[in-house]
Design a protein around this ligand. Structure first.
Ligand SMILES: [Zn+2]
Length: 440
């Protein structure tokens, strides 16, 4: 049985009176800018906006005593802060300690913090977001929500009345901060952005597009190959670890029976970058994922990175299409300006999808990798240029880091990481896709 409060969805935001984005800061101190809440009474997402990256240790997940505690080691606050929470969180506080800042949540019902990850600036977001998901334990009853006094040092902006009736909008599902795909069915999902949410109906067309009988086409691109070894580690070549990963991912996806997988190469051969794009477009790919391994001068630098196409890359696609380059897109009509608009719409849809998948991918691989970045790739991004195929490039780790190189060459780790990539692909296609604007 649902109480009136239980069925309600909210979004709220506390502005943390700290504004030092423009101030030059030391190497290791991030400033908190905002704390935002979204979700509902069983699943609450808390987003801490930061002006730079920060790390936190989980001291208590909340299961034992209803208090979630995290220690941020690279955070600075002027004063202690606190305020009223939302949903699963009754109240929050941020306290200065020696060499750390303690962020605590009092839970409104039995539950625990389920996952947390850092999202770097991307897609119009200029700040870092430390995301924390708090979920109710199954069967725990919601407690009476007390009327809390106005929060000290914070401004709250609760948009509950307008949010309550909002049906699920496909666009919201692509939001990187929307509740995770494994949300229990029957729950509404809602964006955490401060923007006004315009209710939109879920389109039948979009639902049809994910009918389970239609196998999605995934093109997996193992970077480099043949006479191009890619980056060199202490004992392995990038071209070999990418091929091994591609085959592992192929097997992972084919086991489900829901995907048709095409590899751009399945042996140690050189395939030109243009050819890789042509393979993706020729296969009518629903998703293109290019696998690489990073390199750097510092052997201590490690971790995975997900790249999508930058603005600059999008312009290059248009240039190629209209100047007889290698991307051959048939756009209807004779009017150049109409063609340009059609290509632009196609690219925009594709970029939105690429961005949505990149965020899903980051969420899923975050448990396997120590360092996460999300960025637009400006060099060597040729393989991401297809205007009509959502595409990401995954640097699986640094082959120049002994630790990462060990992991990249370890079949057990490879199974795990490609398992997460497979999970991300399944999660991505489980959500309705916005209709593709046609350019054939
Ligand atoms: Zn590479």
């Amino acid at each position: 049985m649902l109480s009136a409060w239980q069925g309600r969805i909210f979004a709220g935001v506390a502005v943390l009176g700290v504004t030092c984005v423009a101030v030059s800061h030391g190497a290791e101190s991030a400033a908190p800018l905002k704390l935002r809440f979204g979700g509902d009474q069983t699943q609450t997402r808390v987003v801490l906006e930061l002006d730079q990256a920060a790390k936190a240790d989980l001291v208590s997940d909340g299961a034992a005593d209803g208090h979630v505690v995290l220690n941020f080691t690279q955070l600075k606050v002027g004063d202690d802060l606190d305020g009223q929470g939302k949903g699963m969180v009754r109240a929050w506080s941020m306290e200065k300690g020696v060499g750390k800042v303690k962020l605590s949540f009092d839970l409104a019902r039995h539950g625990r913090i389920k996952r947390r990850f850092l999202l770097p600036p991307s897609d119009g977001q200029t700040v870092y977001r430390y995301v924390m998901d708090i979920e109710a334990d199954a069967g725990s009853a919601p407690q009476q929500q007390p009327v809390a006094p106005a929060p000290k040092l914070t401004k709250a902006n609760i948009a509950a009345p307008t949010m309550a009736a909002a049906p699920v909008a496909p666009a919201l599902l692509a939001d990187p901060e929307a509740p995770p795909p494994e949300a229990k069915s029957g729950l509404q999902k809602i964006s955490l952005t401060d923007a006004v949410v315009t209710p939109r109906k879920r389109e039948n067309k979009a639902i049809k597009a994910i009918a389970p009988t239609v196998r999605k086409v995934i093109v997996i691109d193992a970077g480099h190959g043949g006479h191009d070894p890619g980056a060199l580690g202490g004992r392995s070549h990038e071209k070999d670890v990418t091929l091994a990963a591609a085959k592992t991912l192929q097997a992972r996806l084919e086991r489900t029976g829901r995907f048709k997988v095409v590899l751009t190469r399945d042996s140690d051969v050189y395939i030109p970058l243009e050819q890789r794009v042509k393979i993706a477009r020729g296969a009518n790919a629903d998703l293109f994922i290019s696998l690489h391994a990073d390199s750097g001068g510092d052997p201590k630098v490690r971790g995975a990175t997900v790249y999508t196409l930058s603005d600059h890359g999008v312009d290059r696609t248009a240039h190629s299409v209209f100047n007889g380059g290698f991307i051959n897109v048939q756009l209807p009509g004779k009017d150049m300006s109409v063609k340009q608009i059609l290509l632009d719409l196609t690219q925009r849809t594709t970029r939105n999808r690429s961005g949505a998948f990149a965020e899903t991918l980051l969420e899923h691989i975050s448990s396997e990798t120590p360092l996460l970045r999300r960025s637009h790739r400006d060099a060597g991004y040729m393989v991401l240029l297809a205007p009509d195929v959502p595409a990401v490039l995954l640097e699986m780790g640094f082959i120049t880091s002994p630790e990462d190189e060990g992991a990249l060459n370890d079949s057990e780790h490879r199974e795990k990481m490609m398992g997460s990539v497979g999970d991300a692909i399944e999660a991505y296609f489980a959500e309705p896709q916005p209709a593709q604007v046609a350019a054939q």
